[in-house]
Ligand binder design. Structure first.
Ligand code: SF4
Length: 56
């Protein structure tokens, strides 16, 4: 299980620097979380202004 970013993402980039394992990167139309890197820590959830990040 990992955290995922939904279509609510407005590509603001707030979450990217929060991830301790650099699992977040900008995708084609929104930011994306690399499931192979994500440790499910939840550090990115709080900073998202649109609440687009949640546990899968
Ligand atoms: Fe990174 Fe933690 Fe968010 Fe996973 S839950 S993407 S490890 S900040």
């Amino acid at each position: 299980m990992t955290h995922v970013i939904s279509d609510e993402c407005i590509v603001c980039g707030a979450c990217e620097p929060e991830c301790p394992v650099e699992a977040i990167s900008e995708g084609e139309s929104k930011y994306e979380i690399d499931a192979d890197k994500c440790t499910d820590c939840g550090a990115c959830v709080e900073v998202c202004p649109t609440e687009a990040i949640s546990p899968e």
